[in-house]
Structure formats: C-alpha cells, structure tokens
Design a protein around this ligand. Structure first.
Ligand code: HMG
Length: 440
C-alpha cells in the first residue's frame, strides 16, 4: 500500500512577542520562574494589528506552495482547522484560497474547501480527513492542504493569559510523502466536557485546573484505545512523542502519565521495582481514593528515577523547544511539537529515516487522539527548509503598553482604531478597511 502522510510543513508565527519573565511577570507581580519553570514558557507569539487567522494561514500556505513549486491545480482539498473563526457560514479556507489566488497562476475552483472545529484537535482531524480522502482514491493524484491557524487569546487577567499564542502551520498531505507516513491505527478518548468553551464568545471560559485533569484523563483513554488496535506501546518504540502543548508544563504531566502506562508489565518496571516498588493495581485497594493516593506516591517516585528522566530528556523535551518561545497555538500546537522534535534530530545529526513518533493530539470539549508516524527519507530537506528560528528572532518585542494596546485591537468587543502601519514586505496583511488578506 502506498504511504500517505505529511509531505511538507511550514510554520508562520505572529509577528509580535510577549516576553513572559521580562515583561509579563513584573506587571503581574509574579515570580518569573512561575512562567519559565512552572509553565515552561519564555515568551508567546502575538498577532500584530494587521494579522489574523487568515493572514497567518495564507502566509504559511504561500511559503509552503512556493517552496514546493506547487500551483493551485496541484491541490484538491483545502481544510482550515481553527477555533478562532469569525464567520459562521463561509469557511476560513475560502478566505485563504482568495489570498493565494492573488499570487499563484490559476485558482482553486476544483478544490474541496472546508473548516474543521474541535478545539485544538481539529488540526489532526483535518489530517485524518485528508488521509482518508487520499486513501479512498478520491484525490485524482492531487494533494491536500491542511492549515491549522489560531489566535489563542484569553481575556486580560484570565489565568490562561500567560499561555497565549498566535501562529499557523500549513501541511501538505500526499501519497509517497517526504516527511512522515501516518499510521492507519488510531486511539481515541472522547467525552462531553465543559472545562474550556467559547459559546458565541471570542475569549474562552476556562476552568484551568480542571482542564488539566480532563486533558490527562482523555489522553490515558486514547493511549489505551490505541494499544487495543496497535498492540502494547513500549517506551523504547518511539524516537519522540510530540503531544498537544498548551504550555510545556502540561506535557510534563502527560509524559509522566504516558511513561507509567507504557512501562507497566515490562522488564523496565521489574528493574525499577527495587528502587520504587511496583505500580499499584486498582484491585489491591479497598477504595478508589486509596488507589489514587498510592498511584500519586508511585508517580512522585517514578518522576525522580534516572530511567524516566533519561526517557523524558530524549523523547519529550526536544518536542517543546518552539512551544517554549511561542505559547499555545491551539490547532497548530501538536504540529509545532513534531517540527521541534525533527529539528532537534537534524541539529544533532540523528538519522531519523524509518524511526517512529507517537503523536498525542488533544482538544478541549474534550477529545484526545493517539497515532503513530514513521519518518520518511526526505525528512531532512523538509526540516532544513524551515525558517522558524529566523521568524522567532525577527518578532517585535512588545512593551507592556504595546501589549495592552494590541490586545484591545484584537478584542472584538472593543472598537479601537488601528493606527496606520507599514505593511511588511511580501506578506498577506489585513488592513481592516480594504480587502481581507490583501498582499501588499
Ligand atoms: P495558574 O493557576 O496561574 O498557575 O495557571 P499555577 O499556580 O497552577 O502554576 C503553574 C505551575 O507553575 C505549577 O506547576 C506551579 O507549581 C508552578 P505544577 O504544580 O502544575 O507542576 N509554579 C512555579 N514554579 C517555579 N517557580 C515558581 C512557581 N510558581 C508556580 N515561583 C493554568 C495554570 C493551567 C490554570 C492556566 O495556565 C490556564 O488556565 N491555562 C489555560 C487552560 C489550559 O491551557 N489548560 C491545559 C489543558 S486543556 C488544553 O490543553 C486545551 C487548550 O489548548 C484549548 C483547546 O483544546 O482548544 C487549552
């Protein structure tokens, strides 16, 4: 069977930067280490007044199509995954296609366009849709463009404010891909939850602490479901495990949960037994509370073992490097984590061809999905082509006053006049008065 997966990827960051320890922490009267060590974030990417989900998505897709030498005729499907949409009828992909048609020969008249919504997991769901469309033989030899784009903003003063971010990831899905092949096996954990939602509102209502527990519960269920179709997962099976990263501290918790899960009933658990005992089993306890207490104690010990720390340093930590500098990109976040991991491999001269990734996606509301990917021969060229370091470096570092002003500009409930700006060279920008996403 021909491999289907991600052929190429491009990342586009919001053009502004909010320094968390330097600018945010002093204003909030917090210890900077709450952000750098606790949440694991140094900075967040923020959209300038002329940026939105369309401009960022179109800029990422434009770079991807140009680099791969593609024309609109090569694309049979455009899906935008976002939870920041502004139009309840017309999908964001039509706006993005409109931008791209300004600069490429031809048009997307014969492409199927849509928009996917399930909080942050929608980016991965769009990959699934593209995968299934190709596998069903409906693509007529064409590729699919999947764009995950969000302005992940919170109300000022909300606990989530420190985790904001803005950016887009464009991915080309095709047969015989250069970057990774997607597995047919998937596992899901899905339940109706109300810890994070935006019913007809721009900024989310969030029960932050509960959202962390819901993420972990759904991820555990997805892992179990994945194992029921793909067989037991072992810690050494995967080179990296990119997870949805609202902030790196969240992945630290998910990684420990995943590690405990994948070492149970293995020789590794036997080896660790002398040092920290065996994992508690629910049947050995009279009450759920007793079991939970014993589990918590075991996890605290496991976290400190050399075996766990080495696995974390090799398999998880490299997935977090971009996220630390950009914050939460919602639908793009897990795809940024994959890119971080492969970038780490490239920078360290690691040959990844044929190696596997365990990918954990999550969306509030809530659903987690686990699948695996196998890295393809062309991965090095694809990752080498990314200019994400330069983009991050070039962001304008906002003062606190700049931040408040630009946050107000993006607040749909406020009527703030956008001052004249100098449009960046070769970018789609939104000028607020003229055509959406006009490329200057
Ligand atoms: P908070 O309550 O302000 O922070 O916000 P905290 O007091 O819990 O501290 C955070 C961590 O920093 C803790 O570490 C503290 O101990 C540590 P932990 O105990 O959790 O390991 N800390 C320090 N460390 C070192 N030095 C210090 C210090 N002070 C504290 N001085 C909260 C945290 C998650 C509630 C907030 O960021 C929030 O509400 N975020 C938004 C919701 C969110 O991101 N949830 C994550 C799971 S849900 C999800 O991922 C879906 C999402 O992406 C949306 C979607 O799917 O669409 C959000």
């Amino acid at each position: 069977m021909t491999a289907v997966g991600i052929d190429a990827i491009e990342i586009w960051t919001g053009n502004l930067k909010l320094d968390l320890p330097g600018t945010f922490a002093p204003e909030k009267g917090e210890d900077p280490e709450k952000y750098t060590k606790g949440l694991g974030l140094n900075a967040s990417s923020f959209p300038d007044s002329y940026e939105d989900i369309v401009t960022m998505g179109a800029n990422a897709a434009h770079r991807l199509m140009e680099r791969k030498g593609l024309e609109p005729d090569d694309i049979g499907r455009i899906d935008v995954a976002t939870e920041s949409a502004f139009d309840n009828s017309k999908p964001v992909s039509t706006y993005v296609a409109g931008c791209l048609e300004q600069v490429f020969d031809g048009d997307f008249h014969h492409a199927n366009k849509g928009e996917r919504k399930f909080a942050c997991i929608a980016g991965t769901q769009s990959l699934d849709d593209a995968y299934n469309w190709i596998r069903a033989g409906r693509n007529r030899g064409r590729s699919a463009l999947v764009i995950a784009t969000d302005t992940a903003l919170y109300a000022r003063g909300d606990a989530g404010e420190a985790t904001q971010g803005a950016g887009a990831v464009a991915m080309l899905i095709s047969e015989d891909p250069n970057l990774v092949e997607l597995s047919a096996e998937q596992g899901y954990g899905s339940a109706d939850e109300t810890d994070f939602l935006k019913p007809n509102q721009q900024f989310p209502s969030v029960d932050g602490k509960r959202s962390v527990q819901v993420y972990l519960a759904r991820m555990r269920e997805a892992l179990e479901d994945y194992e029921s179709v793909a067989g037991d997962v072992h810690s050494e099976d995967f080179a990296y495990a990119p997870f949805h990263t609202p902030f790196p501290g969240m992945v630290r918790k998910a990684a420990l949960l995943a590690y405990r899960h994948v070492i149970r009933d293995t020789s590794l658990e036997d080896d660790l037994a002398d040092e920290i005992g065996r994992q508690p089993r629910p049947e050995a306890f009279d009450t759920d509370d007793d079991y939970r207490d014993a589990l918590r104690e075991y996890m605290d010990l496991l976290k400190e073992t050399d075996a766990y720390q080495e696995w974390y340093a090799e398999t998880i930590d490299p997935t977090l490097s971009i996220s630390r500098e950009v914050g939460n990109w919602y639908t793009g976040s897990v795809h940024v984590a994959r890119a971080s991991a492969l970038k780490h491999a490239l920078e360290n001269g690691r040959d990844m061809t044929g190696e596997a990734l365990l990918v954990g996606s999550y969306g509030s509301g809530a659903q987690a999905e686990i699948h695996s990917e196998v890295v393809r021969e062309g991965w090095e060229d694809e990752i080498e082509a990314l200019n994400v370091d330069a983009q991050l470096e070039d962001r304008y570092d906002m003062s606190w006053d700049d931040y408040e002003e630009v946050h107000d500009v993006h607040n749909h409930d406020m009527d703030v006049d956008v001052e004249e700006f100098t449009a960046p060279e070769s970018e789609f920008v939104f000028d607020g008065w003229g055509r959406m996403g006009e490329r200057k």
